[in-house]
Design a protein around this ligand. Structure first.
Ligand code: BDR
Ligand code: CA
Length: 308
């Protein structure tokens, strides 16, 4: 089976992404935690709590607690105080590992050299620090699946920047120039594939343990997306990225392009600058996704929620 690390700033969509990997038989070798959505400690707690819910023991490695250079802010307004709505949860038994995420990434890349895949659904600080410590990671990690950035310059944390890249644009710049095999799933792509009222109600009527859990942890985010972000439903940034990582045929249009990151502390901080015409004559450094098969994605989501 395939070997993955999943890097989380554990809110609702990060949790479902972990569950989808497990549902599809991926060996998740570690969950690394990075600064992002909510307080760092709550992100760790959410990961452990989610493992207890699903009854799996996977090491949780706490990592970087802030971006490499810049300041950032958490987004409890988006995901709720607890990241899964306003409910603040704690694991009852499981504990986080004493090993730092950066060291865990380097060790796992060594153990599964040439096979390890990295699901980057959060700011890129942990992966960048690991690579800065050991640049053989560029050869050892087979693929990096990134939820981040924009393809048309329509962001969520600023008008032009997506949150994960905005939080640590310096880390993103390191990763986009590392030579790793990158696939980028942008915010303004995934907003085209929101969960509409019919799908939401269908999930409600599934009545499995996992579908109730889903409704519970997404309700806050759904309301935020539909009011503040003027969407017709809630989007699945992390989960669509995960579905593509599991089955790349979900991405129906992918372009190999050169992408650079704006890392100034300025109006366009965190913008992903895509040379879509090849004006700079640079080697492409990313597979950029432009279209997905929504039906396939939704059937993977339903299949996940029907699990138990
Ligand atoms: C991304 O930022 C976080 O809020 C989500 O977990 C997702 O990874 C969307 O911009
Ligand atoms: Ca995330």
């Amino acid at each position: 089976s395939r070997h993955f690390i999943i890097d989380c700033d554990t809110a609702e969509d990060d949790i479902m992404s972990l569950f989808m990997l497990l549902r599809y038989g991926i060996s998740v070798e570690g969950i690394t935690i990075v600064e992002g959505n909510i307080s760092f400690d709550q992100e760790v707690n959410n990961a452990l709590w989610a493992l207890e819910f699903i009854g799996k023991e996977i090491p949780v490695y706490p990592g970087s607690q802030r971006p490499i250079v810049k300041n950032y802010r958490t987004v409890e307004n988006v995901h709720g105080k607890g990241g899964i709505g306003d409910k603040v949860v704690k694991p009852s038994k499981l504990k986080a590992s004493n090993k730092h995420a950066v060291d865990a990434i380097i060790e796992l890349a060594d153990r599964y050299a040439g096979e390890l895949e990295f699901l980057a659904i959060s700011p890129l600080t942990n992966l960048a620090l690991a690579y800065l410590k050991d640049k053989s990671l560029a050869e050892k990690i087979k693929k990096v699946w990134i939820m981040g950035g924009t393809i048309y310059g329509r962001g969520n944390i600023t008008p032009v920047a997506e949150y994960n890249i905005w939080v640590d644009p310096d880390a993103a710049k390191v990763i986009f120039s590392s030579g790793m095999d990158l696939t980028m799933v942008a915010w303004d792509l995934i907003t085209n594939y929101t969960i509409n009222a019919e799908e939401w109600n269908k999930i409600k009527s599934m009545n499995t343990k996992l579908s109730s859990f889903y409704i519970d942890i997404y309700t806050h985010y759904r309301n935020y997306a539909m009011t503040k972000q003027k969407m017709k439903g809630h989007p699945h940034p992390d989960l669509i990225t995960t579905a593509i990582a599991i089955d790349s045929s979900i991405a129906t249009k992918v372009e190999k392009q050169y992408v650079d990151i704006e890392n100034c502390e300025c109006l366009t901080r965190g913008m992903t600058v895509i040379d879509y015409l090849g004006i700079w004559n640079k080697e492409p450094n990313a597979n950029v996704v432009y279209e997905i098969n929504k039906e396939k994605f939704i059937s993977m989501l339903y299949n996940l929620l029907a699990w138990f």
